[in-house]
Design a protein around this ligand. Structure first.
Ligand code: YCP
Ligand code: CO
Length: 280
């Protein structure tokens, strides 16, 4: 199943602005903050229970229920009702990425018993917001609905002063993306973003590996953050950071850091237990 644009929504700009302003003052959850490099946050609009504090996901079999926050953003709720099959909907969340933050390259659903069919509707963005998938980079434009194949390594980042705000909607995994989306316009033009990233080079690689001289428990998380963002600016696979991290820990020769990095790669790319949280 490939990541692709499914359609476009024509927004009521005034109602969009109203709900974005409400969101700007809303309380977001700290769920999945172990995936954040910088300020990456989510909050629930619809979930299994309708309770705001149910902020992580499981596979379940009932239509998602609106949370109190959902009722405070009536336009977003209407967008959910109008453009998606609410019967097949399992979760609806807001994902907000603030300036110079990203989500660590990862694969989703590793901790779950099955997958979701995951869609994004772009509520607020600009040209400095990017998504990546393996070695590709692309931009999800305002009003666009995308299917995201979250099973393959991917990431998303915001490098502008205004945060990127997406509605992320999970459907029963057996449903086809085209089937759960409705009343959308055909996307105009091509959505292939020109890849303006710099070529990845041996010099850049040696510079990264030079961090082996200084890497320690104390700066490990900051170094992970630096490495996680590099692929937004250089033509390199989003997963490459785990290989760099392993090599610089090996050069450092610190068994605890080597072990930590193996755990990191396992958690974000290979396997996670249900409810497991990564501390590093
Ligand atoms: C999920 N996985 O699958 C989350 C979203 C990143 C980690 C954020 O719901
Ligand atoms: Co993801």
């Amino acid at each position: 199943m490939t990541t692709r644009i499914l359609g476009m929504v024509e927004f009521d700009r005034r109602r969009l602005e109203t709900d974005l302003a409400t969101l700007a003052n809303a309380k977001f959850s700290t769920a999945y903050s172990d995936f954040a490099c910088g300020k990456w946050e989510s909050c629930m609009l619809r979930n299994r229970s309708g309770m705001q504090d149910e902020d992580t996901v499981v596979i379940h079999d009932a239509p998602a229920v609106a949370t109190p926050l959902c009722r405070s953003v009536p336009y977003f709720n209407e967008l959910l009702e109008t453009h998606f099959d609410t019967n097949a909907m399992r979760y609806a969340r807001i994902i907000r990425i603030s300036e110079n933050a990203c989500i660590i390259p990862h694969r989703d659903y590793l901790e779950l018993d099955a997958k979701f069919a995951r869609m994004h509707l772009v509520l607020d963005t600009n040209e400095r917001c990017m998504n990546t998938e393996k070695d590709r980079i692309y931009h999800m434009g305002l009003g666009e609905i995308w299917f995201l194949n979250a099973s393959v390594p991917h990431s998303a980042g915001c490098f502008s002063s205004t945060p990127r705000v997406h509605l992320m909607v999970d459907f029963q995994g057996t449903r086809l993306p085209e089937e759960v989306v409705r009343k959308t316009e055909q996307p105009l033009g091509s959505n292939s973003m020109v890849d303006t990233r710099e070529e990845w080079s041996n010099e850049a690689l040696e510079c990264v590996l030079g961090l082996s001289e200084i890497i320690s428990e104390a700066n490990y998380r900051e170094i992970v953050s630096i490495l996680a963002k590099l692929h937004f600016f250089y033509k390199v696979d989003c997963q490459a950071m785990y290989g760099w991290l392993k090599e610089l820990c090996r050069r450092r020769g610190d068994p605890a850091l080597i072990e930590k990095t193996d755990r990191l790669e396992r958690f974000y790319l290979i396997d996670r237990a249900a409810g497991e949280v990564m501390a590093y």
